[in-house]
Design a protein. Sequence first.
Length: 148
Amino acid sequence: MSLRQKLAYIALGIVLVLAWQLLPNLFTNTVTADQHENKSEYLVMATGAPGFESPEQVVQLLETYVIPSFERLIQLRKDGKILAGGLPVGDRAFAFIVEASSNAEVDQLCQSIPLWGMMDWKVTPLHSVEGRMAQEKEAVKMLKESMK
C-alpha cells in the first residue's frame, strides 16, 4: 500500500470520527444515554480486497464475496451496530464505525463479513470527545493547582 493510500485511510478515519462525534444525528436516530451504556465505538478499516484476473473471476468474486459483504454491512447498519461508514471512492476498501460492548463482539462482527478472510483489517478503539474533554479539563485543573 502506498503512502498516499495510507494517508487517505487515516484522513477518512479522522473525518468519520469527527463527523460521528460532532454530527451524530446526521448518521443515526437520536439515541438515549441508556442505550450507549457499557458500549464503546471502534473505527474499523478493511483494505486490500482481492483483484481480478479474468471476467469469470470478477463475476465469481462479486457474487460470492463482495455483494454478500455489502448486504451484511447494510444489515449491520440497519441493526444499529454500524453507526457510520462507507467505501473510499475508487478503492477496494471500506471503513465504518461500530458500537459494541466488547472487543470480542467487534471481532465477531468483522468475521461475519464474507470478505473477512480476504482483506487486511485494522480496528481502533475510539475515545469519545466528551470523555477526552473531561480528562483534559481535569489535567488543566490539576496543573493550575500545582502552579499555586
